[in-house]
Design a protein around this ligand. Structure first.
Ligand code: SF4
Length: 479
């Protein structure tokens, strides 16, 4: 196996932390593919595996389109691929383990088929520790590129093929906004739209501000133009994406907020508008008003709590308290009583006591979330929380997670039970993978529904009568 290496750019944690007043450049011509590279993938297949959040899923849509611009064709089976790429996530250690497990499988495959090109990209590629590990143990990989380097994939790939060397190109910059990346969207009916990149919140446990650069909002006109294009292609739903969408606009040189953007997006007439993820700190009253006044903004809010203890919230650097969070929650529920609200919770943060954990349970009991993503704290190298004294035993963390999940699940079922017998609008997305006789779709409140109905309804928003409520899904039939 090839074990030489050409490091064009390695990640640098110190540089990734940097926040300056440097202007964000909006680049409308950054993605250029040279004529000779347009045929590079002719007769070859690619496979991209995505780990992590919706931002990553959308990055994968960009990567797939770039590869198809190079004449590669997609395969669903990595064993059939000539080019295998892992688009990775750095949020938790278990994803690291999964990625390195997959790299091990690719190694076996590459031993049988040495022509295979393999690489990693995404947030893990932005981590110094990961790239150092690759240089030490996995030098047989062919390419490593970062979240700021996606547009340059054709050149990175061609350099690696030419030199038969591991090619590393990872910029650790604050970042710019690249406007001309193509996308091969997974769905014909709903689309992810980046409205901003990066994050400046620096919650003490989170690696994202280091892997994705500073907060950079896209200009509203580019977002609206993209949505209008999607409407003309018959798309029914857009999800506005960002690490902290409620802070949208704060970095623009115009007076323009997330409330303004939501209003303007609603006016395009697209049938469904969603947005993730909301930091409670930036959730404004104006946003609540706009959601209330526009029927095509969906009544579904993801409002990460992380902890219900003021002491832990302060250690996490979350900038809100249990009380201010609950006030916001009540404000949203009063204005939008029909809305569903979900959350993220971390258990076992360094120093979390039983009392702290009980405060979290108190908030869950009060908010009765529709569902929650719950996690055990996972230290990320380079973040302040990774250096905090983690004195909570794994046994305690597991017990707390178990207790929390039982509570969360009971409220999820309770919330779903309220749908029994009701008629709700569902965007039918396709045929269920588990049961080919059923269709599958989501309500306006983001409830997964397995639906009995004709396949001609795929791609339409239809009225569905809910006939059964389970903890994580509903069953129904088209009215
Ligand atoms: S708001 Fe906090 S948790 Fe969310 S991406 Fe930014 S730093 Fe991470």
């Amino acid at each position: 196996m090839v074990e030489r290496c050409d490091i064009v750019l390695k990640p640098n944690l110190m540089e990734a932390k940097n926040r300056t007043k440097q202007e964000v450049l909006v680049k409308t011509n950054e993605y250029i593919i040279k004529e000779d590279l347009k045929k590079l993938g002719l007769g070859k297949k690619y496979y991209v595996k995505t780990y992590g959040c919706q931002m990553n899923e959308h990055d994968t849509e960009n990567i797939k389109a770039i590869l198809e611009d190079m004449s590669f064709k997609e395969t669903e089976n990595y064993e059939d691929a000539d080019f295998i790429l892992l688009n990775t996530c750095a949020i938790r250690e278990n994803v690291h383990n999964k990625v390195f497990g997959m790299i091990g499988r690719i190694k076996h495959l590459k031993e049988k088929k040495p022509h295979i090109i393999a690489g990693i990209c995404g947030c893990m590629a932005q981590e110094e520790v990961v790239v150092n590990k690759i240089l030490e143990k996995y030098k047989w990989l062919d390419i490593v590129f970062g979240t700021h380097n996606i547009h340059n994939l054709p050149n990175i790939l061609s350099r690696s093929l030419e030199k038969k060397e591991l090619e590393i190109e990872v910029l650790s910059i604050e970042g710019n906004v690249i406007e001309n990346l193509p996308a091969k969207r997974d769905s014909k009916y709903k689309a992810w739209i980046n409205i901003m990149y990066g994050c400046d919140k620096f919650c003490t446990y989170c690696i994202v501000p280091y892997t994705r650069g500073k907060q950079r909002s896209r200009k509203p006109e580019f977002i609206i133009e993209e949505i209008q294009q999607l409407i003309s292609e018959n798309y029914k739903e857009v999800t506005l994406l960002g690490q902290n969408v409620n802070a949208y606009g704060k970095d623009l040189d115009i007076d323009y907020t997330m409330a303004n953007l939501l209003e303007e997006v609603a006016k395009t007439g697209i049938e469904r508008v969603r947005f993730v993820t909301s930091h409670p700190w930036d959730f404004s009253d104006e946003m609540i008003e706009v959601i209330k006044n526009n029927k095509n903004i969906m009544p579904y809010i993801h409002l990460p709590l992380q902890s219900g203890s003021d002491r832990i919230l302060k250690l996490m650097g979350r900038r809100y308290t249990k009380q201010t969070y609950l006030e916001l929650y009540k404000k949203i529920k009063t204005a939008l009583p029909y809305s569903s609200i979900t959350t993220d919770i971390i258990v076992g943060f360094p120093g979390e006591t039983e009392e702290d954990f009980n405060e979290t349970l108190d908030v869950v009991k009060e908010c009765k979330y529709d569902s929650a993503f719950t996690f055990i704290f996972s230290p990320r190298v380079g973040t302040p929380a990774a250096n905090m004294d983690d004195n909570v035993s794994l046994e305690k963390k597991n017990n707390r997670l178990h207790k929390l999940n039982e509570l969360v699940n009971s409220y999820a079922k309770e919330a779903n039970d309220k749908y029994l017998g009701k008629i709700v609008p569902v965007l039918i997305e396709g045929i269920s993978e588990k049961d080919k006789n059923k269709l599958v779709g989501y309500t306006d409140t983001m409830k997964l529904v397995n639906v009995i109905g004709d396949v001609s309804n795929v791609g339409k928003i239809v009225d569905v009568e809910i006939t059964e409520a389970k903890t994580w899904s509903l069953d129904g039939k088209i009215k």
